[in-house]
Each structure stands twice: as C-alpha cells, then as structure tokens.
Design a protein around this ligand. Structure first.
Ligand code: TYD
Length: 142
C-alpha cells in the first residue's frame, strides 16, 4: 500500500512493577489525528465479520486492548493487507477511504476504536461496488 496507507503503530509502554500503562495521545503524537470519538467492540463470536464498510471522512486507529482479532484492509485499487491485532501496545492506523473487515475475534477480544470524526452515518459506504465507484471518482487518472 502507499506510504500513507494503513499501517501498524507501536505505542510506548510505561509499565513498571505495578503493571502496564499505554498512552495514546492524539493530535499527531501517538495517534495521527485529533480524537473525536471512541467506541469498542466485544462479544463478537469467531465466525462473525464486522466492519464491511469504508468511510469518506473518518480515520481510525484500532487496538485490541484485550484478546485478538484480524483486520483486512482494501484500498479499492488492488492493494490489500491483513493485520493481526493481539497486543495492547500495537494498533492499526486506517486512513479514510479504506474498506475494512474485522474477523477472527477471540472470545476475550475487546477492540478499541479511536476515530477522527463524530459519528455521521452518511459518510459510511456500506456497499463494496459503491466504494469502488467512489475510489475511481477520486482517482480519475488511473
Ligand atoms: P457498525 O458500523 O455496523 O459497527 P461495525 O463497524 O462494528 O460493523 O455499527 C453498529 C451500530 O452502531 C449501527 O446501528 C450504527 C451504530 N453506531 C453509532 O451510533 N455510533 C458509532 O460511532 C458507531 C461506530 C456505530
């Protein structure tokens, strides 16, 4: 994927003998955007696939703060990647206009999602063909 594409982020661990502590500062420090919204997903069974959408505006960082899951990302231009999330100190950065599928949730998976925008249902693209069309419209030269 291109440089600014989806990528793994590694957060600094500030643990000591009392336990672990991870800090995610927004605004370009640990998280490459100002965080406007957080939500978390848990209790999804093994066979479940979540996500299955792209966002016209929102960027995300997704962290398995407990358990594990996988996320498959596609840019609609032929590039795809699978990230395995299984450590609280790693996250995946997902820019806008990336199709994402989350799956293979462990029973104890808690998937924390940090978002750059407030929730606006209109900026979600939930149909893959519509996503491909929107990608083509943004990249008419390809
Ligand atoms: P959905 O986008 O389908 O979740 P996932 O990305 O895990 O597949 O969201 C499920 C429901 O929750 C849907 O009715 C929209 C609602 N929702 C909000 O109201 N605010 C939010 O920030 C999010 C992410 C979802």
């Amino acid at each position: 994927m291109q440089n600014q594409g989806p990528q793994m982020l590694e957060f600094q661990e500030k643990g000591d003998e009392r336990g672990h502590l991870i800090v995610c500062e927004g605004g370009g420090q640990d998280i490459p955007f100002d965080i406007k919204r957080i939500f978390y997903i848990y209790g999804s069974e093994q066979g479940i696939v979540r996500g299955q959408h792209a966002n016209r505006e929102t960027e995300f960082v997704i962290i398995n703060v407990a358990g594990s899951s996988k996320i498959r990302v596609r840019d609609g231009r032929g590039n795809e990647a699978v990230f395995i999330l299984n450590r609280p100190r790693t996250g995946v950065y997902i820019p806008r206009m990336i199709w994402k599928d989350m799956y293979d949730f462990s029973e104890d998976s808690v998937l924390l999602c940090l978002a750059s925008e407030h929730y606006k249902p209109d900026e979600y693209i939930r149909d893959y063909e519509e996503f491909l069309k929107a990608v083509r419209e943004e990249n008419p030269e390809e």
